[in-house]
Design a protein around this ligand. Structure first.
Ligand SMILES: Nc1ncnc2c1ncn2[C@@H]1O[C@H](COP(=O)(O)OP(=O)(O)OP(=O)(O)O)[C@@H](O)[C@H]1O
Length: 322
């Protein structure tokens, strides 16, 4: 598969401080990659070097296999949607105008009003109700939805999301995480998502990169990191956030805390199965390649369905017990 974003020996310093140190990372086209790490580990700086809000002191970054320095900066940024924690919608523009701003600047032909309506529908907001509102007439979660739509309205092949949901309440956050997964499935774009929350990373990621003090400690699929952490920091960061008894807890035990979802009868035949006596760690492995898994007992009766959303709810429930 072709590379979408590639860091080659990238280094960034501010004054004398090394903020990103010899970063090497290759994100493939169509991937939903999550960069996770504590505050100050260099995630935002890494992202900003992709759209050239910052420039590296050494090394280079390739976007679609071409160095970012070889692009006209404006054209580079048009290829790359950008969603931030503090979404800056234009207060004097309606929701529809905010959403279609970039296609309009780009001189895209076509019915922009219709585009805004289609996009609003994608995120569950009724265009009749929302298109003509102003940003101050929206909740934080709604504003964040509009921010995402604005970033994807011109269909950029790459979207950067920098802690977009960290200011939201847990429910809005879970809904918007689902939205990102859905949009990614529909649009097949490349998403680089930054967060300090391992649960969020687990929910979203095809692959996760863990950053600490400007260095990338490990890059892999979630279950690989869980099984083979590169060092103690990674192990503790990962397991600390998802509960240490993952290898012992069975789905049956987990269901005591978090009920399985109801399965719709239509698509059951094609879904992968897991026995209710299997562990959460096993489920995690299955969910890395699948959206949903059916739970059955040893007699083959279906007990329900589990997906990443269920897993996150369960993990949140455990955390609330601690
Ligand atoms: N413009 C700047 N000038 C000087 N230092 C900076 C600048 N931008 C970031 N830094 C420093 O670089 C380090 C990494 O910051 P960065 O924002 O990349 O981390 P982060 O992992 O995204 O953290 P957070 O989750 O808190 O945003 C921090 O120590 C920060 O203070």
């Amino acid at each position: 598969m072709a590379s979408a974003i590639k860091f080659e020996h990238v280094k960034k310093t501010f004054a004398d401080k090394i903020v990103v140190n010899d970063l090497n990372l290759d994100i493939q086209q169509g991937e939903l990659f999550v960069l996770v790490g504590n505050s100050g580990s260099g995630k935002t700086t890494s992202i900003k070097m992709i759209n050239r809000l910052e420039d590296p002191n050494a090394g280079q970054i390739l976007v679609n296999e071409r160095p970012t320095t070889a692009y006209d900066v404006q054209k580079l940024r048009w290829k790359i949607g950008y969603v931030l924690q503090q979404i800056a919608l234009f207060p004097n523009m309606t929701v529809a105008q905010n959403i279609t701003l970039i296609p309009e600047i780009q001189g895209v032909n076509g019915n922009l009003e219709k585009l805004a309506a289609q996009l609003l529908q994608k995120v569950g907001l009724n265009p009749q109700e929302y298109a003509q509102r102003y940003p101050h007439e929206l909740s934080g979660g709604e504003q964040q939805r509009i921010g995402i739509l604005r970033a994807i309205a011109s269909k950029p092949p790459i979207v950067l999301m920098d802690e977009p949901f960290s200011a939201l309440d847990p429910l809005s956050r879970a809904n918007l995480q689902e939205l990102v997964v859905d949009l990614h499935e529909q649009l097949h774009n490349t998403i680089l998502f930054v967060t300090h929350d391992m649960n969020e990373a687990l929910h979203l990621a095809d692959r996760i990169g863990i950053m600490k003090d400007g260095q990338l400690l490990q890059v892999d699929q979630p279950e690989e990191i869980l099984r083979h952490p590169a060092n103690n920091f990674v192990r503790d960061f990962f397991r600390g956030s998802i509960g240490s008894n993952l290898y012992e807890t069975t789905l049956k035990q987990a269901a005591l805390l978090t009920k399985f979802k109801q399965a719709e009868s239509g698509s059951l035949a094609t879904m992968p199965l897991i026995n209710v006596e299997e562990t959460i760690a096993k489920l995690l492995t299955l969910l890395s390649g699948q959206n949903e898994v059916l739970v059955q007992n040893s007699s083959g009766d279906f007990l329900g369905l589990v997906d990443r959303q269920w897993l996150v709810t369960y993990l949140n429930n455990i955390n609330s017990l601690k």
